[in-house]
Design a protein around this ligand. Structure first.
Ligand SMILES: [Zn+2]
Length: 438
């Protein structure tokens, strides 16, 4: 896979900081810019004329003049086994799991099926401009092997883990505290640090784990402090009531995870909608990350995420943005930002386009502690890039005519009207992958 150097030319959109905090200084645009890519990394960035002059002989040029070049999108919460569950009618969380998800997840016991789904999933992420994701597999180690093998083959930076469940799920999807612990250990040994892969210890959520399993999960987190933890928290009111029933000693849902040592700066909690003040405080004090999944929260009727409250807390809760497919209804981070904007509108909160694009790239990279590697356009970073076409559809091109030269408007139109059609190209480790990989 020794690729020649490549010059990618277009309008470079560079985030140095968070627009919400740093204002206009946070973002720069190099109108006729280029990135020189070599050996999977960004070797240099700047004006196209300078970069072209610097490029080694034999370098190829991909000319995307007029289009925006950004880091690849990062999705902090998604379930790859749910690609055939997305858009399942008529249920809220607990019923949706039983009726659709737990049925589909059983099929990933078959490695051939898991391979097929992993290939589809990665093709789809790349088509949508997502180059890194934090992914739930199923309870079967085979599903994790399939996902990691395919990610490694494609040279992608991915985080994933085997779901652990030992109650309130079909027998075929349950492990035991010991089995979940042993299989997770083995998977961490096998995959963590291989290529660009990392591991997330993944108890699905408190309702499907006994106290013994949560304890085993906490032990794994202690024994592998470099790995991530991912689970779900305070998504739905019936779920919260169920947690209170299952853990009668607890005052809050978050306290259950806290008791077993599952909070921390490498722990990502999906949803975090219905939080009591003490829970916001636990998340904030531990540096845990809340994953806002707007299309899922609307689709499953779960509730409205309160971004302002989490940002305003002292210290703030770290926030990320995610699709949560298949509870979520789109693989597109642009469409996810669109729905996030509307959810925040419902709570009287605004969300500027610059902040949204920051969140999908550098913001999510920071949330996952990956900002030295991905999520930003800078020399030395890994070359996961996307090219956005603001005039991808007739409606977008028509609308864009009215705001020529206004970057904030252009970005807002992209996030409200854009989807996979607006992704002109996706580069993973410097290689174009939007139209599939070999
Ligand atoms: Zn989820």
């Amino acid at each position: 896979m020794n690729e020649p150097a490549r010059v990618i030319r277009g309008r470079l959109l560079i985030f140095d900081d968070e627009p919400r905090l740093a204002g206009d200084k946070a973002m720069r645009l190099i109108e006729d810019g280029a990135a020189l890519i070599d050996k999977g990394l960004i070797a240099a960035l700047g004006k196209a004329s300078e970069i072209t002059a610097k490029a080694p002989a034999g370098a190829r040029t991909d000319d995307h003049s007029g289009k925006l070049i950004l880091p690849g999108f990062i999705d902090t919460h998604i379930h790859y086994p749910q690609t055939r569950v997305i858009a399942s009618y008529g249920a809220q969380l607990l019923e949706w799991l039983q009726k659709y998800t737990f049925v589909e997840e059983q099929k990933l016991r078959d490695p051939r099926h898991a391979d097929m789904v992993a290939r589809f999933f990665l093709d789809e992420l790349f088509r949508q401009g997502t180059t890194t994701a934090m992914v739930y597999c199923t309870v079967h180690p085979e599903s994790v092997d399939a996902f990691f093998a395919e990610s490694e083959r494609r040279g992608a930076r991915m985080i994933a883990g085997k779901v652990m469940m030992d109650r309130n799920a079909p027998e075929a999807l349950c492990d035991t505290p010991q089995l979940g612990y042993d299989q997770t250990n083995a998977l961490i040994q096998r995959w963590r640090g291989k290529g660009r892969l990392d591991y997330a210890i993944s108890p699905r959520f408190a309702p499907t784990s006994t106290e013994a399993q949560l304890e085993a999960s906490g032990a794994l987190a202690r024994e592998h402090p470099e790995a991530y933890v991912q689970t779900h928290l305070c998504e739905n009111r019936a779920e919260i009531a169920f947690v209170r029933e299952l853990f009668p000693w607890t005052k809050t849902y978050t306290e259950v995870y806290a008791r077993y040592g599952l909070l921390g700066p490498r722990s990502v909690f999906g949803h975090c909608i219905h939080l009591e003040e003490s829970e916001v405080d636990l998340l904030a004090q531990s540096g845990s990350i809340a994953a806002f999944c707007p299309t899922s929260n609307l689709f499953l009727g779960s509730g409205l995420f309160d971004m302002r409250r989490l940002h305003a807390h002292s210290p703030p809760v770290r926030v990320s943005l995610a699709t949560d497919v298949g509870g979520g209804t789109s693989y597109s981070m642009l469409q996810t930002a669109n729905e996030a904007y509307k959810v925040l509108q419902m709570n009287g909160q605004s969300w500027q386009a610059a902040q949204a694009f920051y969140q999908m790239t550098l913001g999510n990279a920071r949330a996952l502690g990956l900002d030295q590697r991905v999520g930003s356009l800078r020399a030395g970073a890994e070359a996961d890039l996307i090219v956005l076409d603001p005039g991808a559809t007739p409606a977008m091109a028509h609308r864009m005519e009215a705001v020529k030269g206004d970057l904030a408007e252009e970005l807002f139109i992209l996030m409200m009207l854009g989807d996979d059609r607006a992704i002109a190209e996706t580069y993973v480790a410097g290689r174009p992958v939007k139209r599939g990989t070999i």
